[in-house]
Design a protein around this ligand. Structure first.
Ligand code: PLP
Ligand code: ZN
Length: 396
């Protein structure tokens, strides 16, 4: 692997396998040569279809199954968004979220550079995804979690057999601390905005754009936390424009949960940098990063694409999650129901026209999530003899 890294903010470049951050403090992303790119026509339906724009690595395990998720035209949601709605359903990935796209690249790179292990700072979907991909390639996986992690979350991560370390101290500092481990140990660190991860997660954007090319959708709405996924989608769009593969830039809108919305708050103030906050509780815990490492890059992406960043409250999130299930048949994590709630707000503000194509990125499946509601669901009981009349009463 002989990759070049470039800083989106100041243009500084670097080479080598374990560069994570520019001296200016902003994250690097991987440079590519989009000039010769053309839409692939081979039969590969996974994200590796876009290998020309990916680091030069080949997964041999689970990574080969990442990406290639469906884009569902969800006509029944049009009314709540006031536009033509499409949902990119990332629950179709092997561990149920888009994180598999980044893990696939990160783990394949660890194999290509003969590292013994991969590591990640996460207590949620990314930890699970890394553990699964490492398991399939026979690498050790170190997962650093906060010392007070709830038992249910630990159980979900443990399924794939990683080495979990509960780390005491400020969780935010651990992120930076972990990056240095690459220098002294045979490990590739793939955190939420690591260049390898962002390179893989770029393919969410490439796949969406492929469905509309050479046109582009009018807007893409994405839930955002660390900003790694958002950064990747933005990068993908810029590469396709540079390659002449799309003619227009879709607007990128990013949604946070009101309880933890440092990027939306910075956007609202017109700031170019994000200030860390002390968060409140939110049901959207997968997007509750109070000190997002790629927050500034998300602001830049919203600015460059004439989009925006907004926050929605828990009531709106849970309502949207229910609406998505009942009107599109897609059961998603609360963290991604933010996109429907957010799109509704944008519609109210007049951001969409009725014939706009609006893509909501449903970043993860709801099947891995514990329920927030107390178990209050009931259903009527009927005897076998009364079944026929009970059906007649309901559907005639
Ligand atoms: C990680 C995650 C996000 C946020 O992605 P970032 O790259 O951290 O901004 C959104 N939704 C789900 C389901 C996630 O697991
Ligand atoms: Zn820089």
């Amino acid at each position: 692997m002989d990759e070049t890294f470039r800083c989106y903010a100041c243009g500084t470049t670097a080479t080598g396998t374990d560069r994570q951050r520019c001296p200016c403090g902003e994250p690097f992303w991987m440079d590519t040569e989009p000039a010769g790119f053309d839409w692939p026509t081979d039969g590969d339906c996974s994200m590796w279809r876009y290998r020309d724009l990916l680091p030069d690595v080949t997964p041999s395990g689970l990574g080969s199954a990442a990406g290639g998720t469906p884009l569902v035209r969800t006509t029944r949601l049009d009314e709540s968004v006031g536009a033509e709605v499409h949902v990119k359903y990332e629950g179709g990935n092997p561990t149920g979220t888009f994180k598999d796209r980044g893990s696939a690249v990160g783990v394949a790179a660890a194999v290509a550079t003969a590292r013994d292990a991969v590591a990640t700072v996460s207590h949620g979907n990314m930890a699970r995804s890394m553990a699964a991909h490492a398991a399939s390639e026979g690498l050790d996986c170190l997962v650093f979690v906060p010392a007070d992690i709830p038992k249910e979350r630990l159980t979900l991560i443990d399924r794939y057999g990683p080495t979990v370390l509960r780390v005491e101290g400020a969780y935010g500092d651990l992120y930076d601390e972990s990056l240095g481990l690459e220098d002294d140990h045979s490990v590739t660190v793939v955190n939420s905005d690591s260049p390898l991860r962002v390179a893989g997660q770029k393919t969410t954007g490439l796949e969406i754009l492929a469905s509309f090319a050479p046109e582009a959708p009018d807007a893409i709405v994405v839930p955002v936390s660390s900003g790694g996924h958002a950064s990747g989608i933005w990068k993908g769009i810029e590469e396709l424009l540079a390659a002449g593969a799309i003619s227009e830039r879709p607007r990128l809108f990013f949604v946070q949960a009101a309880g933890c919305a440092p990027i939306a708050e910075a956007w609202g103030r017109g700031d170019e940098t994000v200030t860390p906050i002390t968060p409140d509780e939110t049901v959207a815990y997968s997007i509750a990063n109070p000190d997002p490492p790629s927050g500034n890059r998300v602001l830049a992406a919203a600015q460059a694409t004439d989009g925006g960043v907004l926050a929605v409250d828990d009531e709106a999130i849970l309502g949207a999650r229910r609406t998505l299930a009942e009107q599109s048949g897609l059961f998603v994590e609360s963290a991604c129901a933010t996109v429907l709630a957010g799109a509704g707000r944008l519609a109210d503000r007049g951001d969409f026209a009725a014939d706009d194509d609006v893509v909501l990125v449903a970043t993860g499946s709801g099947f891995t999530e514990r329920e927030h509601e107390a178990p209050t669901v009931t259903a009527p009981t009927v005897s076998l003899d009364a079944l026929d009349s009970a059906v007649a009463e309901r559907i005639g």
